[in-house]
Design a protein around this ligand. Structure first.
Ligand SMILES: *Cc1c(COP(=O)(O)O)cnc(C)c1O
Length: 412
């Protein structure tokens, strides 16, 4: 199975996990309760001796389990836990694996809500240092005796900064640190964080994996590379059975069962169907994004374009080394920053909306919206200019998008 291609593996996954009545899709299981003929089996599910059993849907259903297996196959990992949103997956990872007095090193270029969450961690007594992860030396210099985890995003949104992914993997392995990589913008199609030594991979399934802007979801995948026996924060209760499962076991029990950010079976099904066309969609939207990036970079009304597969991108070499394509996310600044809002209004096709990885192109002025709450100082630290515009490229025909940008810029 693992020798087959990405899409072959994905579209046949449900059947390999066990067909019900010949159905091609894992059915949408809506039961909250799961009943048993023999009480011993109910007890077995509670005690973990009956494998693959269910008792209460907050901890998962056969439908969410099928999606988790699919994500695990895509990431070529050991296992996954799904959540109601990407933020629920990130929150559960931080709160179940870090405690007061621990130290987390995070990229300073992270999703706005993740950045806000780092503030919550500080309030809870977790030390957080944010650094420029494009230089691994900055991470090495920030390591303290109580450092437990390094957190980065593959392509940061909206600035498209890329960490020194493999050097950080080696550093974390040498120092025994848990390397957590948010793979949302690249998705397992363009990059597998396990290939650079990440222990945990986070995907917001809401974006390209679901792909149609119609379902929220998130997942944490264990790559099998981290040694949980050496991790001090695994509770005695979860230091049982196969040590490779300890981390996910704790995330599932503490992060899903106790915190309750559970993915619904309905959304798990939608995400699962969306995932079948991930490769087709990302191939097209990435190709269009590259063409648009090249067009914008050559245009006199444009000041700067941020796209990993442009030679002008500071981490172009890292992107070429690790990513199969530059993704559907690009950002740019007009030469005349004051024209930013009028320019966006002149565009006919991209929808003025937040969100990423939809079939439709979505456009948003960054400083006025998603990074408004962060304030001017934080924006400056993250390299976000007042006139920065973020574009999530959809599946529209490339020539139509190019034509639309051409007409909107002609008036600039
Ligand atoms: C959207 C996003 C998230 C959060 O995902 P939700 O499903 O919206 O909660 C986390 N990280 C990155 C990089 C994202 O783009």
């Amino acid at each position: 199975m693992s020798k087959l291609g990405f899409t072959t593996t994905t579209v046949h996954a449900d059947q390999h996990f066990g067909v019900e009545h010949g159905g091609m899709h894992k059915p949408i299981h809506t039961s909250v309760q799961y009943g048993f003929e023999r009480v011993e089996d109910l007890i077995g599910v509670f005690q973990g001796t009956v494998k693959g059993g269910y008792n209460y849907a907050r901890q998962g259903t056969p439908t969410t389990a099928a999606l988790e297996s699919k994500i695990t196959l895509m990431e070529q990992g050991l296992g996954s836990v799904s959540f109601a949103t990407g933020m629920a997956a990130i929150t559960a990872t931080f709160l179940t694996l870090l405690k007061a007095g621990d130290h987390l090193i995070s990229s300073q270029f992270v999703f706005g809500n993740t950045n806000s969450l780092l503030g919550t961690l500080r309030d809870l007594g977790i030390e957080v240092t944010t650094v420029d992860v494009t230089q691994a030396d900055n991470v090495a210099a920030a390591i303290r005796p109580n450092t437990r985890m390094v957190f980065v995003e593959t392509i940061a949104n909206p600035g498209t900064q890329i960490p020194d992914l493999s050097t950080l993997g080696t550093l974390c392995a040498d120092q025994g640190l848990l390397y957590v990589v948010d793979n949302t913008i690249t998705s397992p199609l363009l990059f597998r964080p396990g290939s650079v030594g990440a222990g945990l991979v986070i995907n917001s399934l809401t974006k390209t994996i679901a792909g149609h802007g119609s379902a929220l979801g998130g997942a944490v995948t264990d790559t099998g590379l981290f040694d949980w026996q050496a991790y001090p924060n695994i509770f005695a209760n979860y230091r049982k059975g196969d040590p490779r499962q300890w981390g996910l076991q704790q995330i599932r029990k503490k992060g899903l069962r106790d915190m309750g950010g559970t993915l619904s079976s309905e959304h798990a099904h939608q995400i699962s169907v969306g995932a079948e066309t991930l490769a087709l969609r990302v191939a097209q939207s990435s190709a269009t994004a590259l063409q648009l990036a090249q067009f914008l970079e050559a245009h006199p009304a444009i000041n700067r374009v941020y796209y990993p597969m442009l030679e002008s991108h500071p981490q172009y070499a890292v992107a070429r080394q690790h990513f199969n394509a530059g993704s559907w996310l690009l950002s740019f600044e007009l030469r005349d920053a004051k024209d930013c809002l009028a320019f966006i209004n002149r565009l006919q096709l991209p929808v003025k909306a937040t969100g990423l990885g939809d079939t439709r192109s979505l456009i948003i002025p960054v400083a006025h919206t998603i990074f408004w709450e962060a304030g001017a100082q934080a924006r400056a630290a993250m390299g976000i200019a007042d006139g920065l515009i973020r574009l999530s490229v959809g599946l529209e025909d490339c020539t139509d998008l190019l034509g639309d940008f051409e007409q909107a810029l002609a008036a600039a």
